[in-house]
Design a protein around this ligand. Sequence first.
Ligand SMILES: [Zn+2]
Length: 680
Amino acid sequence: MTGKSENLSAGGLRLSPTTPLDEGSEGTATVTFASGTRITVPVHVVWRQTSGSNSEYGLRFDRLEGEDRVALLDAVYAQPGKTRDSEQFDALPGAHTAASEPISTLSPSHHAYYLRLIHRIEKTHSLSLADTDRLLFAVLQQGRDLASTLIEMKLTPYDKLESYLGDIYGIPYANLNMLKPDASILDIIPESVAISQNVVPIQRIAGNYIVAMADPLDLPARDIVHLRTKGQFELRFGFLKDVEKAIKAVYQGASIHSADMLIDEATAAGKTIELYKEVQEVADLETLRRLSDATPIVSLVDSILRSAVEERASDIHLEPVDDCIIVRFRLDGILHEMRTIPRNLLASVVSRIKIMARLDITERHVPQDGRIAMRYSGKDYELRIACIPTVFGEKLVVRLLEKNPTFKTLRSIGFSERNYQLFAPLVRRPYGMILFCGPTGSGKSTTLFACIQEIHDGTTNIMTVEDPVEYRVRGINHVELNPRRDLTFPTVLRSILRCDPDVIYVGEIRDRETADVAVRAALTGHLLFSTLHTNSAIQAITRLVDIGVEGHLIGASLIGVVGQRLIRNVCGWCRETYAVPSIEANLLRDVLGVEEVPKRLTRGRGCAHCHNTGYYGRSAVHEVVVVDEELRHRIGTSGSDATPLLDHLRKTDFQDLRADAVTRVIDGETTVQEVVRVTV
Ligand SMILES: [Zn+2]
């Protein structure tokens, strides 16, 4: 039997064999790695997932202990990038081969470091085999953060984390995300030593240098620290990635907060050679080019772009005001002021970005837009640049898009179980119209691409018309609007219909003409997805009536509508529970309709990870309207009146956005304030 495995962990294996297996069947598997290592493990099939003609299985290794366990651990984790070996499985009926494809994002040195560290944790805290395996898998294969995984796995509560980590080496743990190293004591350890030994001086207390070290067992590194500080030091333990980040931030000015050095350099250079004085109305190309090519400006712009990627920002705003330029990042949907830059650097910084985006740097009075390709930390990004003249000068907005993101599957998009059960069958219908609604930035395209991915198996012709094309997916025909060449939603849609499509995605329905063609396409055997900018799913239906589509045509073509919002999650680093005050309890009861208000809820205290907001990351909440016979009839007859539609929904399983969001509050994933902000 042959197959392909996607995940291999010490606990089991995900496998797609060519011959079907039975759930529950047992046997022995012989796993052979290219390195020659061979182990024999009892296995059983624990789950099976079928999509189309392919089936995936989860095989669990049973009773894997002692030598065999170590051999497998070594093979799976010890050699990053080398686990794409082929393995032979010959226990279950016949023999099959598998090639594992780990999604490890760790570099070899990080890989080895975290492997060592986790084994040390296993020993110090007597972890069970299963816990060690889960930890190894999460950190080494999935590239997840070790500390937050420890908390998620409930190996330690958040408030005991520091002492838990301190016990590993018997040395206090230093959270370098919170402690900013004191730049004035950096001289004690030169940058090259810090980088090669993975140590960073943090501060000086009572004559002693406090030095954080990634591996406190590294004796040569300890000796060097001893030598450099003449024995006046205390050690702290910090994670390798945090030590490296701290080194970058303090020595190399990679963080946006340490861009001051670059700014000092830039302004100092400006004073001496008068390069950076405000460029007047008529700026000649030569001057602007010289300004923007100066090394400090190049580094400053790079450090802003890099730190935006590191902070997971979706947009960067550079806003001139009368006395400075404000740099703001959009994090989880909300703008945060990150720092300011001296006003006299405006022309140079803007020109630098414009040159990168191949825009006209002499034109400063008309809006322009362009793109920059950037590679950072092994990932490709596309930066969309837009500049617009404001009364204070040119404002610049940079949108960051990851170029080849791994799209979420429909299962992992964050639908509640009931919404998933309602929605998933719609995507497998052969034809009809499915609409997504919600404001800009509510995650509609992520959900849409999850749907398309569900359908995209190489047997269908999927065509899109978008404004602009956001993500490019191999095998999908994306068409971008270009009104100057008469590529508009209705014209492109008509052309698409002549190209034998099965599935069509129309970026947005905003006029009668597009709506008419879309409805007709859905009625003539195509599965059509589109979006509308309405607040609720029901409003999407009445909006179509308002723009002039006949009710009975909408009823006949529409199969479902999904309303969506993104709500911020409580930060996993600083989450805490609190007694619900009466004002909040009343709000939950009277406004949000919660019948039994819990005594305690969850919130984030605010920490360095979440910029003191208490939130980190977002998840989607939904409302799903499935068009059944009764609703179809009512849409056909009620015109733009939403009441009869809502009356019917109340009699069904329908749960609106707010109700979905409230369940997330009860589950401790988000807060009441966030639900109010997003849905009220
Ligand atoms: Zn936090």
